[in-house]
Design a protein around this ligand. Structure first.
Ligand SMILES: Cc1cc2nc3c(=O)[nH]c(=O)nc-3n(C[C@H](O)[C@H](O)[C@H](O)COP(=O)(O)O)c2cc1C
Length: 236
């Protein structure tokens, strides 16, 4: 038998726990820090999107996991669209509104992408900065390494998504509910990726079968305070 307790809630127990928020400890940051000298790429903002006008009914109906990519590169606008609708910020003041829901607006995720083929962007590993809607260059890395981490699942993808969780952002308020809420939340990100892809003629496939240690090490995260919880491939 598995640890099914993880899937259940015990909200009443939470009332007896003193959270770090209740102790008024410093709030966890909404976005991981980065070096101010790092190379940043401005993404196309929501107001300038010219794509993705298909009806919701059509998009939701035709959604499926797509595993056959062409050699065509994605455009910067397409990539911007996917990043904005999977984890973008709509309103910065408090409470902050984003394109995906999150329990208590904790938004415990960071989005990393390995760019394989995007017009005008060098191949490599990047991190999305939702607060400024930019891409942070992390390293050149290697597409093959990410694909190895995805246990060989490639699908000739143009972009490989990797979502890490920083559990403390959730634990700060929800303590023993953290695991369940993070797992529910990450599904929202990937579902939006699926729908955003369908809306612009791309295809997504969620990747839950991956090598945890390998991808964590590729992303240079410590596997404890930050680790991968879900991934996806995007094909054109
Ligand atoms: C949590 C999750 C993990 C998944 N992991 C993989 C995966 O590792 N490899 C893969 O090819 N498909 C993966 N999929 C896609 C499913 O196989 C797919 O959603 C399912 O077969 C239903 O097909 P559809 O998405 O086209 O409706 C995953 C889907 C989900 C929701």
């Amino acid at each position: 038998m598995g640890n099914y307790d993880l899937l259940k809630t015990n909200w009443k127990k939470l009332k007896d726990q003193v959270t770090d928020q209740a102790k008024k400890l410093e709030k966890p940051s909404l976005q991981k820090e980065y070096d101010s000298n790092a190379k940043l790429i401005d993404l196309v903002p929501y107001e300038k999107f010219s794509i993705g006008q298909a009806s919701f009914a059509k998009v939701a109906y035709q959604r499926r996991s797509r595993r056959k990519g062409s050699d065509q590169p994605l455009t910067l606008e397409e990539l911007s669209f996917l990043l904005f609708f999977t984890n973008g910020v709509k309103r910065m003041d408090r409470p902050m509104f984003r394109t995906v829901p999150s329990a208590g607006a904790r938004h415990a995720f960071e989005t990393y992408i390995q760019v394989v083929r995007v017009k005008g962007i060098d191949e490599g590993l990047y991190r999305y900065l939702p607060l400024s809607h930019q891409l942070l260059f992390v390293k050149k890395g290697s597409n093959d390494e990410v694909i190895t981490g995805f246990l060989g699942q490639n699908f000739n993808a143009g972009v490989l998504f990797m979502w890490t969780a920083i559990p403390y952002r959730m634990a700060y308020r929800y303590k023993s509910e953290t695991e369940k809420l993070i797992l529910i939340d990450v599904g929202h990100l990937c579902q939006n990726l699926y729908l955003a892809c369908e809306a612009v003629g791309l295809g997504a496939c969620g990747i839950g079968a991956y090598d945890q240690e390998y991808i964590d090490s590729y992303l240079e995260v410590d596997s404890n305070e930050e680790f991968v919880v879900y991934n996806a491939t995007v094909v054109k």
